[in-house]
Design a protein around this ligand. Structure first.
Ligand SMILES: [Zn+2]
Ligand SMILES: [Zn+2]
Length: 198
């Protein structure tokens, strides 16, 4: 497992990179105080507040007294808690990364993240739709039209991690802070199939 805290060599003057880093830290700490963020990022409290406002407006975080935490998953738009384990790897599914496949016969399958979901799609016939939440905004996006950041430093679920975005632009912004490769659906699927053949 990759340690998020190693991603500390960063230019804190770039707002997007800072905001992405805050999200990564919040995935390992329930709550971070403004004070901690000021110290870790070496910017003013006002800058931190501005970053948090932006992340809160995107539905990613929630400001709490003197600090911040990740937004509760229930608040993500159009999502309900997922109770079934991943159809591919059997792990518990977080609604933050849940990948839902609906077949033509209305049968539904759930995967833990885009990694397992896209692999599963390559095994299935008669797929009606496939949806997964946008990593930034939490809105459900059509997987076949989504953009993916593959193998970035942000490790949420399966390795290599795959973050999903409705817009290529958002994927590229995250790539600037956290590396990885931006791919469309077809490219990710080919990449995963090749990776898993070995
Ligand atoms: Zn899985
Ligand atoms: Zn996964």
């Amino acid at each position: 497992m990759q340690k998020f805290t190693e991603v500390q060599v960063m230019d804190t003057s770039i707002p997007n990179r800072r905001q992405a880093q805050i999200i990564v830290w919040l995935q390992e700490n329930d709550t971070l105080t403004i004070k901690e963020l000021v110290a870790r990022l070496n910017v003013s409290a006002m800058t931190i507040h501005r970053d948090l406002d932006k992340l809160a407006a995107a539905g990613l975080v929630q400001k709490v007294h003197g600090g911040v935490k990740l937004a509760p998953e229930e608040s993500l738009q159009g999502q309900t808690a997922v109770s079934l384990p991943c159809v591919m790897c059997g792990t518990a599914v977080s609604s933050r990364t849940a990948f839902t496949i609906t077949l033509d016969n209305d049968h539904k399958e759930t995967a833990c993240c885009a990694h397992c979901g896209i692999l599963r799609l390559s095994q299935l016939d008669g797929v009606g739709s496939a949806l997964t939440p946008d990593f930034i905004y939490g809105r459900m996006v059509n997987v076949f039209q989504a953009w993916f950041l593959v193998g970035s430093d942000v490790q949420l679920c399966c390795v290599p991690g795959i973050l999903s975005f409705a817009r290529a632009n958002d994927a590229q912004k995250f790539q600037q802070g956290f590396h990885g490769e931006v791919m469309d659906f077809t490219a990710v699927q080919q990449y995963l199939i090749q990776t898993h053949m070995h």
